[in-house]
Design a protein around this ligand. Structure first.
Ligand code: FAD
Length: 318
C-alpha cells in the first residue's frame, strides 16, 4: 500500500515509522530482524531502507603499492525491502538515489521494485562519494532529485526510456522526497532550497520526510514556509534520539543541523554514554509529544542501526 494511503487510513492518528540501514556486507538478515523485532509491536505501517552507494578504499598490494578499489559496504536495499515485506507483512520504502546510476539502470531498478510489489520510493539525489568534494552524477545519470522524480513519474504514466508513446503497463509508485528544516547544506539560502522542494512536489512527489532536527520550532517554521510557498503535501518529521556523547559533534558535521543548547549542555554533563542515551530518549519523547499535538501524520525515527532508544521512545508514546 502507498504511504499516503496509510496516512489517509489513519484518520488523524499519528503513525510510528522508522528507517533502517542495510547491515554491513557479510552480515545476514537475522542481524536485521534482531534490530527490527523490538519495534514491530508499535505497528509501523512502513519501514524505510536507506541506499548506500559505492566508496573507495585503498588496499596494500604485496609489492607495497596501494590499489584503489570501489566497494559498497551496505549493499542489499532492494533485497532487504522484499524480505521485510514477506517476513513482517509491512510496506517498505526503498531509498532511490541518482548517484551511481545511469537512467537505464534506474529504470531496471524500478522495474525490479515494481515486480517485487513495492509501492513506494523515497527519491533522493544521494550523498557524494566520500572521497569527492561534491556530487558528480553518473554519465547518463541524474544531477538532482527533480530529474529522478521525472523518470519515476514517466514510468508511472507508462512512459519507459525508449518508448515513443506511453504503454499501458505503467508502474504506480508513491513518491517521497527529502526536506531540510535547517536548509540543505549546498543551498545558498532556505528560500532557494524551498523553491526546489516545491519543484519536486510540482513534478509529482507525494510527501516530504525531513532531515533530523532537535528543535521543534525549526520544523514548525519550515512547515509554515512550505505552506506559504504552496507546498501542501504531508511533511513527516524525522527524529533521532541522541545516543552517545560524540554525536554532539558528529551529527552536526554529518547532517548540517544544530543541537539546541539545553540538549547539548545536558548531554555534556552526563558521566557516560548510558546517561547520555537516557537524556536523548527523554528529549525525543518531549519532541514527539509536541509534534503529535501539532497533528503530524507520522513520527519517523532514524534508528541508525540501534533500536534500543527508538523502542524506549515508542513505549512512551504508542
Ligand atoms: P536535491 O533535492 O536534488 O537537492 C540537492 C541540492 O540542490 C539542494 O541544495 C537543492 O536546493 C538544490 N537543487 C535541487 N534541485 C535542483 C535543481 N533542479 N537545480 C538546481 N539546484 C537544485 N543519502 C543517501 O545517499 N542514501 C539515502 O538512503 C539517504 N536517505 C535520506 C533520507 C532523508 C529523509 C534525507 C533528508 C536525506 C537522505 N539522504 C540519503 C541524504 C541526501 O541524499 C543528501 O542530503 C543529498 O545531498 C541531497 O539529496 P536531495 O534528494 O535532498 O537532493
Amino acid at each position: 500500500m502507498k504511504v499516503t494511503d496509510h496516512f489517509r487510513n489513519a484518520n488523524g492518528k499519528t503513525l510510528f515509522t522508522f528507517e533502517i540501514l542495510p547491515p554491513l556486507k557479510g552480515e545476514n538478515l537475522h542481524t536485521l530482524y534482531n534490530h527490527i523485532d523490538p519495534l514491530m509491536e508499535f505497528n509501523p505501517p512502513f519501514i524505510d531502507v536507506t541506499y548506500h552507494r559505492e566508496e573507495y578504499i585503498y588496499k596494500q598490494r604485496e609489492n607495497g603499492l596501494l590499489e584503489k578499489r570501489s566497494t559498497r559496504k551496505r549493499p542489499g536495499t532492494v533485497g532487504i525491502c522484499a524480505a521485510l515485506q514477506g517476513h513482517y507483512k509491512v510496506d517498505t520504502v526503498p531509498h532511490l538515489i541518482c548517484g551511481g546510476f545511469n537512467k537505464e539502470e534506474t529504470e531496471n531498478a524500478l522495474i525490479d521494485l515494481h515486480f517485487l510489489g513495492i509501492d513506494n520510493v523515497l527519491v533522493l539525489r544521494g550523498d557524494c562519494v566520500k572521497s569527492e568534494a561534491r556530487f558528480v552524477p553518473e554519465p547518463g545519470g541524474h544531477h538532482y532529485a527533480t530529474e529522478l522524480i521525472d523518470q519515476v513519474v514517466n514510468m508511472n504514466n507508462g512512459v519507459y526510456l525508449d518508448d515513443e508513446q506511453a504503454n499501458t503497463n505503467g508502474t504506480n509508485f508513491c513518491i517521497g522526497v527529502a526536506g531540510y528544516p535547517e536548509k540543505h547544506f549546498e543551498a545558498p539560502n532556505l528560500r532557494s532550497d524551498l523553491r526546489w522542494l516545491k519543484r519536486k512536489i510540482e513534478l509529482g512527489a507525494d510527501y516530504i520526510v525531513t532531515q533530523m532536527f532537535f528543535d521543534n520550532q525549526k520544523y514548525f517554521d519550515f512547515v509554515n514556509l512550505c505552506r506559504e510557498e504552496g507546498i501542501d503535501v504531508p511533511i513527516i518529521p524525522g527524529l533521532k534520539p541522541l545516543t552517545t556523547k560524540t554525536q554532539l559533534s558528529l551529527l552536526p558535521s554529518l547532517f548540517h543541523i544544530d543541537i539546541p543548547c539545553d540538549l547539548a549542555d545536558a548531554v555534556e554533563a552526563c558521566a557516560d554514554n548510558k546517561a547520555a542515551a537516557q537524556v536523548g530518549v527523554e528529549w525525543a519523547i518531549k519532541q514527539s509529544k509536541e509534534l503529535m499535538e501539532f497533528g503530524v501524520p507520522c513520527l519517523h525515527y532514524y534508528s541508525m542501526g540501534k533500536s534500543g532508544s527508538v523502542r524506549k521512545v515508542a513505549e512512551a508514546l504508542f
